[in-house]
Design a protein around this ligand. Sequence first.
Ligand SMILES: [Zn+2]
Length: 165
Amino acid sequence: MLAFGHLGLTAAAFKTCSKLNTHEFRTTNYIFVFLGALLPDLIDKPSEFLLNFIFYGKVSVSGRLLAHTLVFSLIIILAGCIIFYRSQDPNMLILGIGSLIHIQLDLMWLFPSTYLYPFLGLDLPIVLQRSKLFAEYSFFFSTGFMLILEALGIVILVKLIRSKV
Ligand SMILES: [Zn+2]
């Protein structure tokens, strides 16, 4: 999924939860929602680009390394729970949940060696085969489902901005 889909769908999830949830989450800081929604890509895309360039002399990027693992999001969520418990500050927790939503929207469970790293082995695939990536995503590309999600993300963002988030 691309940026608008991540931003819009994650913001919609938080907006929906904020209507249902406790007082602390009603004052959701959407800077952390948007940061969490993009955090795995913000970390992994430049990291993988550099690693591939340094070690393999290539610049191909799938953008899925450690920040796209389940354990990465769970560590941030755990840290967020501790901070929330101590200071009632939900921002780290929001960041972790946003990151967790990101890897679900990226369909990372289709790549278990990355998604469940290090539980299936310590060899994190530095280069995720682009052909495999597109084979897994072919359904979404062929049906236009990905484009629909991006358009939906833009519509949600416009609606949230108009309602002043
Ligand atoms: Zn991603």
